[in-house]
Every structure is written in structure tokens, then in C-alpha cells.
Write a protein that binds this ligand. Structure first.
Ligand code: ADP
Length: 509
């Protein structure tokens, strides 16, 4: 049973041994935007919606279904930060969601630490990650830091919060993949980093224990599902989907085309430092061994298609874009750079804004639609090239999932422009599937990863058809369009070097 706790909804999917979906239930919950750039959720609602969908999924399988659950796996929106009372389990503040930018000023002052942070945690200094969110709560909620120092408060990402509640307050733990997204976990020594904690004023005793992503975390209390069920898998959503895609070999890459785009590459036991704006992260811990990954995020993937629908009114449904794109031979020289909230990896330009370039009198709405779809593919290429350069590994292909991967035009164009084969698996619920697999392994339900890999079935493969000259022309056009919207012209390497020269900054005042 996979508990898939996402940003906008809680879901539960129950899989059978072959990885087929046996039951599924989903419930949306509220995000709150109390100020510009701030995003919060109610931790109690995260928990109650998750429990509710799990119970519903069980119910749909008939009586005593809980008896047939081998194990529970948790996968979650990452980085989202919750602090609660050890004694009562009551949160002291709403959950600060990964998207929340409230600590941007904080992070800017901390830029001198960029080199050190990247070396220790594999991440860039950014409000996205948990550390500054947690520091903010300790700073802003009255008495919180003192109480945390006295051991009265606990911190957790959403996985930890769910573990705590499922076990009736018995488990305070997380896994390596989630810990590696907090910006306070040293991914080499596998410890909470004391230097960072001291700098941010975060007491060690409030942090959860960190363990393998697959293995025994504890049991649910009886009140949840009528019997105790072992929880034996935990991973952050993107790492879970890498696992669900069976990207077990170094060099294997997956891309999730959801609202945003998330590319992860398995780099095996190698912890690869990025010189090209990617993040280094822990994919999972399994059997006492750490597997590392390189990650590149695209802020606007499917969201660009939503924008065509909701703001421009060019389409009524996302699926219409496929027919529109196929109705013309190419985008007619039009490029759409969806830098609505800046550009993510590998460009990292938070001040850039979007543009549509190459317009002529002959430009029609279909060209804009096609250019929007193509922008998902171009951004993916940029991240894949950075991955190749950082890892030195020749890429062999790409496994895809997420809502927009239903679009065959997009996937064919992606394969063409990437010059690599692409494969879409039969089950595109890879995030939940990964958590189920991790739990299944942890419970001994599966004997090995080979057991699991045997389940993986392709739905459709896409192979490159485009001529090299044409590919080059398109890629050049895209880079030129990106160049026009960028505000920060320096390269990542230069930013890194200047960051490395810095020293300590006190910023909590
Ligand atoms: P998330 O999990 O991030 O909420 P999903 O994986 O459910 O996102 O994917 C939804 C996104 O995919 C939406 O942004 C939507 O615009 C896009 N999308 C869905 N179907 C298609 C399609 N056929 N073509 C292009 N984009 C699509």
C-alpha cells in the first residue's frame, strides 16, 4: 500500500505483486497563500486526508482488506516543513510548503555559504529546501527555539509527520532521500551537519533519525486500519518515481512531466558534484548502501499547457495540444520560453521572465501551442546535457511519466530533439509504485530488485527520426530565445567560484 502525499492531494494506491493497481483513492486538500510568494498547508489536513484515502482504498477491496496488506510505503512532497509538540503531536505552525519563498531574503544573505552548502548537502542555497523554513519557524513562533532546545518540539518533512501519526507518536524518522532535501544533511558523512545547524540555530534533538529508504520503520497503530501494518518503505516523490521506473543502473534517467518537470539520473555509488547547475541528492538507501542521483528541475512543464488553457484560452483541454501540434509541420520558427517564475536548471535565473519569440504575420495559434509543447522538450534537453557533462556518462535513453507524457507528439519530439530513445511504461503511477516497491523489498515481499524489474513493462517506445541538421537548427533557436530572456549572463561556474570565496554571514537577526 503506497501513501502518496502530494502538494495538492493525498492519494493511496494499493498494488498487487505484479505492480498492477488493485485500488486507488484520492482527496484534494487546500493550499493557503497568506502573502505573495508564501504557501502553507494545514498539517492536520495532510494527515486526515491521507488516512481517509488509505481507509477508502482498503474499503474498496472488501472486508478485512487490511489483512492482505504486506506493507506500507510512504512517498511525499519533499522539503515541506512541519514542527510539532512531542507531547501532544500538535503542530506549532502551518506546514511551510516547498514552493514557499518567504526565506528568499534569508537565503540571499547566506550566499557566501554557497560553496560550503553545495559541498556538504549537494544543494544550492534556496528557500525551496527545509533548513531555512525550519529556522524561520524557530525564529518567528514565540518561544519555539527555546522549546526546541528543551526537546519539546520535533521537526519533520511530510514523511516524518505521517510516520509519527500512523504510529501514534512512536516513530520519529525519515529516510536518506528526504533528509538529503533539507539542506542540513551531509550527504557524504550521512549525518545532520552540525556546522549548518549551528549557523541556523537548529537544535539537533528536534531532528528525526535517518535510515534506509527500504527497511522497517515501525508499525501503524491498530486504530488506523484495524490491525498493525508494518511500514517498510519511505522516499521523497521524485526519488520514489526513479525507483518505480526501475532506474536501478547508474546512467539511467527518468523525467516526470507534471506541473513542473523533474529529471533524475541514477549515478550509483558516485556522488557527482555538479558544475552545471544540477543538484546532487540521495536517490535511496538500500541494504546499507547509498545510491546517489543528479537532479534537474524544470519549473514550468505541464503548467505551460495550463497557461495556454486558462490564461490565453487557446485550448479547452490539455489533450487538444497534440492534434494542434500535429496539424503543422513545425513551429514556424516560434519559440516559447516559459520563464514565468524564472528559469530552473541548468540556467538558474530567478529574475528571467517568459517570452514568445520568432513571431511573423504568418504565425497562427497552432504555432504557439506547438512551441509551448516543444518548450517542455527543449528544457529537458538542457538538463540532460548538463547531466551528461557532470557525470561523464553517455546517456542511453529516457524513461518518462507524469500527466503530460500522455502526449505522443511531445514524446516523439522529445526523442527527436534529444536524439535518444524514450520509453513510457505501462504504469505511469511511478511515484506510488516506487514507494510500494521499496516497502515490498523492506518487508521481504520481494526478494530482490531483479524481482521488481521483471514487472516493468513498456507501453510505447519512441525513437529519434529527425535529421541532425534540423535538430541543430532547433536547438540553436531555443538557446537564442533563452539568451534573450536571461538577466544573469554569467555561467554557473562563475557563480560558484565567487560563492566559494565567501565567509560566514549572520542572517537570523
Ligand atoms: P502533477 O502531479 O504535477 O499535479 P500531473 O502529472 O497530474 O501533474 O500532470 C498534469 C499536467 O500535465 C498538467 O499541467 C497538464 O497541463 C499536463 N497535461 C495533461 N495531459 C496533457 C496532454 N495530453 N498534453 C500536454 N499536457 C498535458
Amino acid at each position: 500500500m503506497a501513501l502518496d502525499q502530494g502538494t495538492t492531494s493525498s492519494r493511496c494506491i494499493i498494488f498487487d505483486r505484479a505492480g498492477n493497481i488493485a485500488a486507488m483513492s484520492q482527496k484534494e486538500f487546500k493550499n493557503f497563500y497568506p502573502k505573495a510568494g508564501w504557501v502553507e498547508q494545514d498539517p492536520e489536513e495532510i494527515w486526515s486526508s491521507q488516512l481517509e484515502v488509505a481507509r477508502q482504498a482498503l474499503l474498496s477491496l472488501g472486508e478485512n482488506a487490511a489483512e492482505r496488506i504486506a506493507a506500507i510505503g510512504i512517498t511525499n512532497q519533499r522539503e515541506t516543513t512541519i514542527v510539532w509538540e512531542r507531547q501532544t503531536g500538535k503542530p506549532v505552525y502551518p506546514a511551510i510548503v516547498w514552493q514557499c519563498r518567504r526565506t528568499a531574503g534569508f537565503c540571499e544573505k547566506m550566499q557566501d555559504w554557497q560553496g560550503r552548502i553545495q559541498k556538504k548537502t549537494g544543494l544550492r542555497i534556496d528557500p525551496y529546501f527545509s533548513a531555512t523554513k525550519l529556522a524561520w519557524i524557530l525564529d518567528q513562533v514565540e518561544g519555539a527555539r527555546e522549546r526546541a532546545e528543551r526537546g519539546e518540539l520535533l521537526f519533520g518533512t511530510v514523511d516524518t509527520w505521517l510516520l509519527w501519526n500512523l504510529s501514534g507518536g512512536k516513530i520519529h524518522a525519515t529516510d536518506y532521500s528526504n533528509a538529503s532535501r533539507t539542506m542540513m544533511y551531509n550527504i557524504h558523512t550521512l549525518t545532520w551537519d552540525e556546522e549548518i545547524l549551528e549557523y541556523l540555530g537548529i537544535p539537533l534533538q528536534m531532528l528525526p533519525g535517518v535510515q534506509d529508504s527500504s527497511g522497517f520503520f515501525g508499525e501503524t497503530e491498530k486504530a488506523c486500519f484495524g490491525r498493525k501494518i508494518p511500514i517498510t518503505g519511505v522516499a521523497g516523490d521524485q526519488q520514489s518515481s526513479l525507483f518505480g521506473q526501475c532506474c536501478f543502473q547508474p546512467g539511467e534517467v527518468k523525467n516526470t512531466y507534471g506541473t513542473g518537470g523533474f529529471l533524475l539520473m541514477n549515478t550509483g555509488e558516485r556522488c557527482v558534484d555538479s558544475k552545471n547547475g544540477l543538484l546532487t541528492t540521495i536517490a535511496w538507501g538500500l541494504g546499507g548502501k547509498i545510491t546517489y542521483a543528479l537532479e534537474g528541475s524544470i519549473f514550468m512543464a505541464g503548467a505551460t499547457i495550463q497557461w495556454l488553457r486558462d490564461k490565453l484560452g487557446l485550448i479547452s483541454h490539455a489533450a487538444e495540444t497534440e492534434r494542434a501540434a500535429l496539424s503543422i509541420p513545425d513551429a514556424g520558427g516560434v519559440y516559447l520560453v516559459p520563464a514565468f517564475t524564472g528559469l530552473g536548471a541548468p540556467y538558474w535565473d530567478s529574475h528571467a521572465r517568459g517570452a514568445i519569440v520568432g513571431l511573423t504575420q504568418g504565425t497562427e495559434k497552432t504555432h504557439i501551442i506547438r512551441a509551448a509543447l516543444e518548450s517542455l522538450a527543449y528544457q529537458t534537453v538542457a538538463v540532460m546535457h548538463a547531466m551528461r557533462e557532470d557525470s561523464g556518462v553517455e546517456l542511453k535513453g529516457l524513461k518518462v511519466d507524469g500527466g503530460a507524457c500522455a502526449n505522443d507528439f511531445l514524446l516523439q519530439f522529445q526523442s527527436d530533439i534529444l536524439d535518444l530513445p524514450l520509453v513510457r511504461p505501462n504504469c505511469i503511477e511511478t511515484t506510488a509504485l516506487g514507494a510500494a516497491y521499496l516497502a515490498g523489498l523492506g518487508a521481504g515481499y520481494y526478494k530482490s530488485r531483479e524481482d521488481i524489474a521483471a514487472n516493468w513493462q513498456p507501453d510505447r517506445e519512441f525513437t529519434p527520426q529527425m535529421l541532425p541538421g534540423e535538430r541543430e537548427k532547433h536547438l540553436k533557436g531555443w538557446e537564442e530565445a533563452v539568451r534573450r530572456v536571461r538577466t544573469e549572463k554569467e555561467t554557473c561556474g562563475e557563480q560558484q567560484r565567487s560563492a566559494d570565496r565567501g565567509g560566514k554571514h549572520a542572517f537570523l537577526t
